[in-house]
Design a protein around this ligand. Structure first.
Ligand SMILES: Nc1ncnc2c1ncn2[C@@H]1O[C@H](COP(=O)(O)OP(=O)(O)OP(=O)(O)O)[C@@H](O)[C@H]1O
Ligand SMILES: [Mg+2]
Length: 354
C-alpha cells in the first residue's frame, strides 16, 4: 500500500517527545507548531528530504484538539493517478472495474482528525482541481457517487520540491497553493542547526539501544558527526546511529569509525557485514536476506564486477525497503526506479515472490 493509516495519536506523543533540538531553528519550529496546532488552518511544510516534514505534521496533529481522532497520511507522489481520486475521496460499489465494494476515502477516514498530503507538488493537474473544490466546499463526492459528504478534515501538506517554481511553470495551481499554505512552515537543513546533532544522537540511541548493549561516542566522534554536512538530514543521521548500534554495541565509537559509518559502504569485516544483514532481516521479516559474501580485494584475487554490482544493487534495494517499511512504491521513489522495475529486481534477488 502506498499510504499509511495511523491509529489515533498516542497521548504520550507530545511536541517535546517528537521534536528534538535546542537550536534557534528548532525552537522557532516548536513555537510555530504550538501557535498553529489549536487552529484549523491549513499548513504547508517545506524543507529538504529527511529534515522532519512528516514529523512536524504528526506534532501539529498531536498538539491539536483533533489528537484523539485519526491522523491519516497519503503520499500523493506514490499513488498512480487513476487510483488517487478513489484513495482520497472513496468510491461507490461498481463505479469502475475492481470497485467490488463501497469504500471510504482518506478524507472521510480523517474526519474530525488530520489528513497529511505528502509530496503535494506531485499531484496531477486534474486532481488539483478536485482537491481545491473539496477544500472550498468542505464536502467530498465519492467516485461514482451522487451525494456530497461533509468532512471536517484538517489539511497539512508537504513538499521537498520548490513549489514556487512549479507554480511559475504552471504545474501547480496557484489558487490551490494559497488554500494549502495559510500557514507555511519551513524546516532548516540539519547542517544549519548543528548544535542539535548531539541531542539527536542521544535521542536515537535511547530509541534503538534498548535490547542491545549501549554504544558510546567519543568526544571526537561527536565532533565528527556535528561537522558532517548531512545531505540526507536527520534521516541520514538516524541511519548512521543505527549502523553504529548494530556494529559497535558495548563499545565507544571513534571519529575514524564515524567516518566509515558515514561513507555509503562502510568497510566491514565478514562478521560485521553478517550482523548488518541479520539486523535488516529482523527489521523487515518479509525480506529474505542471506549473508553477503566477504569483500574481495583486487590485490588478492580478480574481482567479479558484475557480481559485485549485483550485490550492491541488492543491498540498496533491501535498505530502501527497510527505510520505506516494506512499501514498494516508497522504496522505488528512494531508488529513482519505476515501481514495476523495482518489483522485477526484487524477484531477481529473491526479495519478492516470483
Ligand atoms: N527534530 C527531530 N527530532 C527527532 N526526530 C526527528 C527530527 N527530525 C527528523 N526526525 C526523524 O528523522 C526521520 C526523517 O524525518 P521525516 O520522515 O519527518 O522527514 P521528511 O522531511 O518527511 O523526509 P522526506 O522528504 O524524505 O519525506 C524520521 O525518523 C523522524 O522521526
Ligand atoms: Mg516525508
Amino acid at each position: 500500500m502506498s499510504c499509511i493509516w495511523a491509529p489515533p495519536a498516542d497521548p504520550a506523543n507530545t511536541i517535546e517527545s517528537l521534536i528534538i533540538g535546542v537550536s534557534p531553528g528548532i525552537s522557532e519550529l516548536k513555537y510555530l507548531i504550538r501557535q498553529v496546532a489549536p487552529t484549523n488552518a491549513s499548513v504547508i511544510v517545506t524543507g529538504p528530504s529527511g529534515a522532519g516534514k512528516e514529523m512536524v505534521a504528526r506534532a501539529i496533529h498531536a498538539e491539536s484538539h483533533r489528537a484523539a481522532k485519526s491522523y491519516v497520511a497519503v503520499n500523493c507522489g506514490a499513488i498512480p493517478r487513476e487510483l488517487l481520486e478513489s484513495e482520497l475521496f472513496g468510491h461507490e460499489k461498481g463505479s469502475f472495474t475492481g470497485a467490488v465494494a463501497q469504500r471510504k476515502g482518506r478524507f472521510e477516514e480523517a474526519d474530525g482528525g488530520t489528513l497529511f498530503l505528502d509530496e503535494i507538488g506531485d499531484m496531477p493537474a486534474d486532481m488539483q482541481v478536485k482537491l481545491l473544490r473539496v477544500l472550498e466546499e468542505r464536502t467530498v463526492q465519492r467516485v461514482g457517487g451522487r451525494g456530497e459528504i461533509g468532512v471536517d478534515t484538517r489539511i497539512i501538506s508537504a513538499t521537498h520540491r520548490d513549489i514556487d517554481e512549479a507554480i511559475e511553470e504552471q504545474r501547480f495551481r496557484e489558487d490551490l497553493f494559497y488554500r494549502l499554505s495559510v500557514f507555511p512552515i519551513d524546516i532548516l537543513p540539519l547542517c544549519d542547526r548543528r548544535e542539535d546533532v548531539p541531542l539527536l544522537v542521544r535521542h536515537f540511541l535511547r530509541q534503538m539501544a534498548d535490547s542491545k548493549q549501549v554504544v558510546r561516542f567519543s568526544p571526537a566522534a561527536i565532533d565528527k558527526l556535528a561537522a558532517h554536512n548531512w545531505p540526507g538530514n536527520v534521516r541520514e543521521l538516524r541511519n548512521v546511529i543505527e549502523r553504529a548500534v548494530i556494529l559497535y554495541s558495548g563499545q565507544t565509537v571513534s571519529a575514524e569509525q564515524i567516518e566509515l559509518l558515514i561513507a555509503r559502504r562502510p568497510r566491514m569485516n565478514r562478521q560485521e557485514r553478517e550482523a548488518v544483514w541479520q539486523a535488516s532481516a529482523e527489521a523487515a521479516p518479509s525480506i529474505a536476506a542471506e549473508p553477503a559474501t566477504p569483500a574481495v580485494s583486487m590485490k588478492d584475487a580478480p574481482v567479479d564486477l558484475r557480481a559485485m554490482v549485483a550485490e550492491m544493487e541488492r543491498e540498496q534495494i533491501v535498505e530502501a525497503l527497510r527505510l520505506g517499511d516494506g512499501v514498494v512504491a516508497e522504496a522505488a521513489r528512494m531508488l529513482s526506479l519505476q515501481r514495476t522495475t523495482l518489483i522485477e529486481k526484487m524477484r531477481k534477488y529473491g526479495l519478492a515472490k516470483a
